[in-house]
Design a protein around this ligand. Sequence first.
Ligand code: FES
Ligand SMILES: [Fe+2]
Length: 431
Amino acid sequence: MTLTEDAPARLTGFPLVDEDPEHHSFRVHRSSMVSPEIFEQERRRIFDRCWLYIGHESEVSKPGDFVRRSVGGRALFMVRAAKSGQVKVFHNSCTHRGAMICRQASGNSKTFPCFYHHWSFDSEGDLKGVPDRAGYGDNLDFSKLGLKSPKVQSYRGFVFVSYDPDIVDLVTYLAGAREYLDLVIDSADGEMEIVRGTNEYCMDANWKLLCENSIDGYHAVSVHDTYFKYLVALGTDLKGGVKGTARDLGNGHAVLEYSAPWGRPIAKWEPLFGEHAKEEILALRADLVAKHGEERASRMADTNRNMLIYPNLVVNDIMAVTVRTFMPLSPGRMDITAWEMAPRGELPQLRQRRLDSFLTFLGPAGFATPDDVEALESCQQGFNSGGVEWNDISRGMARTPEGNDEHQMRVFWRRWADQMGEAAYGRVEGR
Ligand code: FES
Ligand SMILES: [Fe+2]
């Protein structure tokens, strides 16, 4: 067999995702990680056909607030419209002759003038100003020249866009992931916000490696050894290890849920937070129990969740709540953006602790992220070495999957193969 070099246009050849339950084998062909043709097909079949996270409503809380984003390879910007109060998302392209309208990463503005010929739009996207209008005939309908939008829907503050006009509604798409978003949101009485400030970094690795890595329990002890030693040095008891399960949430979404020994600012105290914080955190916990009952409160406070919302949104509710999305730039490179989410109006000392946790483990220079970047870039370099055609993702196939198994990655890959359709087949040499 050979890697597929041209776009596979037919249902022949071998499946790139090769599942053989009888032999407890699940393999993924490495062309899926390196082939420019696969990458091109992913753009059309996945990124143009899913709900993709663009941002959180709290990032544009005041009329005229805007953020510029690249989503699924397309330039967009999200605005809090001044008249309607709605969160709008526009293609970042002037309806005159194409220039990008929004040229700043974020800000607040009443109008959005294009710098090229100065057509000017309001925050609802309507075209309001055209220099030297007399040059246009009376019959030209300027009302049709407003900014254009993809489909936009939000779920309790999480805003998604889709380029597929026929896509199912967002709640249907989220399937079982919805309950897990609820757990995060309800733990703050529905008042979650993105903390101002963004982590941005890139990696020389295929984007799907980060999908796998974000919900991979198997690598934690080997790759993040330094962090675990650091926690032990601070007095955290790690003897019980990390125990958990992985769940298929439908539509390619999956979660890894586990009780980890570290503290959680939402309501689980650990030595890392300091003695002085104990009382406050116990009070938060009592409040959660009063509102949600012991069982749900314990899930919110004690249980960690690494969730992948297919294809490229990660919500890690661990020692802090991280919202992370990543965009492929080429088969071997991606941009990653991460934000910290926190209860609105959180006490400053708790916010401080949360941000410390976020940066200490998940920040670009934290204990985890540089190690993960190294691991994923090393996989990509390994793929380029050739000689080995398949990745093995079989762990846990012969038992009820545990947290450190690979059930959650198989959930992702099945959906990937399903969406890729005939593009998820490789050519057999000689045909
Ligand atoms: S391209 Fe925007 S005004 Fe001409
Ligand atoms: Fe990791």
